[in-house]
Design a protein around this ligand. Structure first.
Ligand SMILES: *Cc1c(COP(=O)(O)O)cnc(C)c1O
Length: 395
């Protein structure tokens, strides 16, 4: 074990779950689910109404309150949300959309869904792995229509710089905020932001997502488009408020259901405390890693606004990452990679203009994501840091 580190105690408040009980295996992410979620699901089943209705509405309002916005639109996933945003904004064939290669494939696929062309952009640096403003600027053409910012690991890029970048060129700014649920700045960068409630995100509804957009007309459009472009849904017809319907635009089936909304309402009550705990854990990690494994680069620093979604570290050059992953796993610690650069995947190589993104490639080769979730505590962080130091040094 490591020598005791001079670390401030990690706060505990009643919204936090009990610490991991089975410390033999530490996963990379771990949702907090319990009695309240079970009770909420039973209530929905007993009510006899399971598809989109009043609970989805309540979830949208609760989420709006957490984000200090007027309203939100719940959807079936963040991927669906991003697709709806691009579709509703009329982005399509002939349009180019700037997007980092260092992201989950969903961000890029949504651009292909609407027939537009993804233009992959490099990251700024190993210690600031967000999309590079300079590289984005160099990739603008007369066909560039939009930029999708990805709040990688929960860290936000410079708001005023990106606003100026987009305004100067008349581009639409869209946020992939899958990692940043609960951050009030989300949705203030541009026209719309999509959140994810997948099982490994900061809060979960199993599958699920939401859109934040300040323009009410646009939100109305998202609401129609998530339900096939119809003027009313099953719930409105059932309750007699709108007996028939017209179809007025092309839409999709991207609805959220009452079961997911019920889980989401419970999760939202804890989100702020969970995100604070993630922040505390990140600070402790930074200090432990600096003391005991100074050869790894820990991206970002205390100056970033963040929801502290994941804990990425960058291994020293020349270290065999797959060996580190295996040794960590052998000592009961799961690690993952965020992300294998998208432009190197077989499918995109055949589809997209060839891209040279040297910093993304370097980062993608050396990055390792170590566990971060609210049930972790100081003892786990020490064990993880210890295992990381050992597996890097015994190469
Ligand atoms: C998880 C994730 C998505 C997709 O979210 P879903 O809700 O699973 O569709 C999109 N982008 C990023 C960056 C993600 O991490």
């Amino acid at each position: 074990m490591l020598s005791a580190a001079p670390i401030s105690k990690i706060e505990h408040d009643s919204d936090l779950p009990a610490s991991l009980t089975d410390v033999s295996f530490i996963p990379v992410a771990d949702p907090v689910l319990g009695h309240d979620e079970k009770a909420a699901l039973c209530e929905v089943i007993d009510s006899g109404w399971i598809t989109m209705g009043e609970r989805v509405q309540r979830f949208e309002q609760d989420l709006a309150r957490v984000h200090s916005v007027e309203d939100t639109v719940a959807v079936s996933s963040c991927t669906a949300g991003l697709h709806l945003i691009l579709h509703a904004l009329g982005i399509g064939p002939g349009d180019e959309v700037l997007v980092p290669s260092l992201t989950f494939v969903a961000t890029i696929n949504c651009i292909l869904y609407v027939g537009a062309t993804p233009v992959l952009v490099d990251i700024e640096s190993i210690s600031n792995p967000l999309m590079s403003l300079d590289d984005a600027a160099s990739k603008c053409t007369k066909n560039t229509k939009a930029v999708i910012l990805v709040h990688y690991a929960g860290y936000l890029g410079e708001l005023s710089a990106w606003k100026e970048f987009a305004d100067k060129r008349g581009l639409l700014l869209i946020e992939d905020a899958a990692h940043a649920t609960g951050l009030k700045d989300v949705g203030t960068y541009g026209v719309a932001a999509a959140l994810s409630f997948y099982g490994n995100k900061n809060m979960t509804t199993a599958e699920g997502g939401a859109i934040i957009a300040s323009d009410q007309g646009l939100r109305d459009k998202f609401r129609k488009m998530r339900g096939h472009g119809l003027t009313s849904g099953t719930f409105q017809r059932h309750s007699g408020s709108s007996p028939g319907y017209d179809m007025i635009m092309l839409g999709f089936n991207y609805r959220m259901d009452e079961l997911r909304a019920a889980i989401g309402i419970v999760q939202l009550r804890h989100l702020e405390a969970w995100n604070r705990k993630r922040e505390d854990l990140t600070r402790v990690y930074r200090s432990l890693l600096e003391q005991h494994v100074p050869e790894v680069v820990v991206p970002f620093n205390d100056n970033y606004v963040s929801s502290f979604h994941i804990m990425p570290v960058v291994l020293p050059e020349g270290v065999d990452r797959s060996r580190v992953i295996k040794m960590m796993r052998d000592s009961g610690i799961q690690t993952t990679i965020h992300y294998p650069p998208a432009h190197l995947f077989s499918f995109y190589r055949g589809q997209l203009p060839s891209a040279e993104l040297p910093t993304t490639e370097d980062y993608g080769k050396r990055e390792l994501t170590i566990p971060l979730f609210p049930r972790l505590d100081l003892v786990h962080l020490e064990r993880i840091t210890d295992a990381l130091a050992t597996s890097i040094r015994c190469q």
